[in-house]
Design a binder for this molecule. Structure first.
Ligand SMILES: [Zn+2]
Length: 435
């Protein structure tokens, strides 16, 4: 199965940094030029495979192997675009790396036999550069660009194509190294547990496993920051001259907002899957979000959280990352579970205030964790005895990683109590507006 190692990468000098930037920028330029021609062909009804020889054009800067990798990556993007269309999906053709106003996204791909990554005491990465860049920066014919690498590899295995990119928000170069690790779990019958996820905005993910573990990833601070940026964007938009719809600053804020969210989501998915893997979980049930959106969530809250969550991309990310762990993801309807009492099954008279779920039968508990438990019971047929659950693990985002925190008391909002009954429309996200 495939896993991914992530590293921060540091050039050793200013000159090396300029070289690295040129290399990544030329890769993006190649991607964009090739992609432009393919898009033109596509819209003209011609073959996208019939293009100029971009390898030849970029061999001087990138070297033959790297030019080829970027071209191959673009071809893969087009192939999956065609495959998705064949499946009847309404998807757009592959896009560009960056745009005209904000410049190119600095990124490249290095073939697995072209780089060396050593992660002992003095961790370093060596990548090839084209002869033109060698000449420009005074590198010898056999030299490669040597970079410092921070972070320990999580996975050991057969290394794959390395992705290098510049993260503008954190002003950091990053490397992603996919590795294929021996698939020891497939012949082991141990991994047969299940988990169910409840996805929301107060708590991004609440999860219950059939082994009795519960995890809760808190989203309040993240969502508040996301909203702050959204408001800033709105303020800037209101100040634009007549006839203008955007500005460089606005686009930058949009990108920053998305990057931050993606970073937290990506880290959440990995943190969660590692925990589930350790629990021997083989399948994860996640609620059908279109269902959730239309039925539980009010339109007002819906629009904001829709952007914030970017559900489709979250599910994609969950699915592809789960594959690396040999875990399958099944999307199921979870209608009612957020309103249903885990103790007695009552649906209509239950009340939710912030995180607290209350039922006339006397049950009181964490609303989202309870929902994930009810969802799991419905999907996996598990029944939990009273007191059979482990103490929930709560995790908060510190702008860098998800950290377990000491259990906080359940949060109640100051606003009036809101019923979880779907007919009121506020449901899951009732307290978002009052954070
Ligand atoms: Zn009850």
């Amino acid at each position: 199965m495939r896993r991914t190692n992530t590293f921060a990468v540091r050039p050793l000098s200013e000159q090396d940094e300029r070289l690295l930037r040129e290399l990544l920028d030329a890769s993006a330029s190649l991607w964009n030029e090739l992609n432009y021609e393919r898009r033109q062909n596509f819209f003209d009804g011609d073959s996208v495979w019939d293009t100029a020889d971009y390898r030849k054009r970029y061999i001087g800067v990138l070297g033959s192997a790297t030019a080829q990798q970027v071209i191959r990556k673009n071809s893969e993007a087009w192939r999956s675009f065609f495959a998705a269309r064949e499946d009847g999906e309404d998807t757009a053709p592959p896009g560009y790396w960056g745009n005209e106003d904000d410049g190119r996204e600095l990124r490249t791909y290095i073939r697995n036999d072209q780089y060396t990554l050593e992660t002992c005491e003095r961790s370093r990465l060596e990548i090839p550069v084209g002869q033109d860049l060698k000449d420009e920066f005074g590198l010898g014919y056999h030299d490669r660009l040597r970079l410092e690498v921070c972070g320990a590899p999580k996975w050991d295995g057969e290394p794959g194509r390395l992705e290098l990119y510049y993260d503008e928000v954190d002003d950091t170069f990053r490397a992603f190294q996919p590795v294929t690790v021996p698939d020891s779990r497939q012949d082991s019958p141990v991994a047969d547990e299940s988990a169910a996820l409840d996805v929301g905005a107060n708590n991004l993910v609440a999860c219950t496993t059939t082994t009795g573990q519960q995890y809760c990833y808190e989203g309040r601070d993240l969502f508040a920051r996301f909203r702050e940026t959204t408001e800033k964007i709105a303020r800037l938009q209101s100040k634009l001259r007549e006839g203008r719809y955007s500005s460089r600053q606005i686009r930058r804020l949009y990108r920053k907002r998305a990057r931050r969210r993606d970073h937290a989501q990506d880290a959440l998915v990995r943190n969660l899957l590692e925990r589930l893997y350790d629990e021997g979980v083989a399948r994860v049930y996640v609620g059908d979000l279109s269902d959730v959106l239309s039925e539980h969530w009010s339109a007002r809250v819906n629009e904001k959280t829709h952007q914030f969550w970017a559900y489709r991309s979250f599910i994609d990310r969950l699915g592809t990352t789960a594959e690396e762990y040999g875990i399958t993801v099944e999307v199921r309807s979870e209608a009612y579970t957020t309103a249903e009492c885990p103790a007695c099954g009552e649906r209509d008279e239950t009340v939710r205030t912030g995180d607290v779920f209350w039922c006339p039968c006397g049950y009181e508990g964490h609303a989202d964790l309870g929902a994930s438990r009810t969802f799991l019971e419905a999907q996996a047929g598990t029944h939990f005895e009273v007191g059979s659950m482990a103490r929930p693990v709560r995790l908060t985002w510190d702008n860098h990683e998800w950290r377990p925190t000491t259990p906080a008391p359940l949060q109640r909002t100051n606003s009036n109590e809101e019923r979880t009954n779907r007919s009121t429309g506020d449901g899951n996200l009732a307290s978002v507006g009052s954070v």
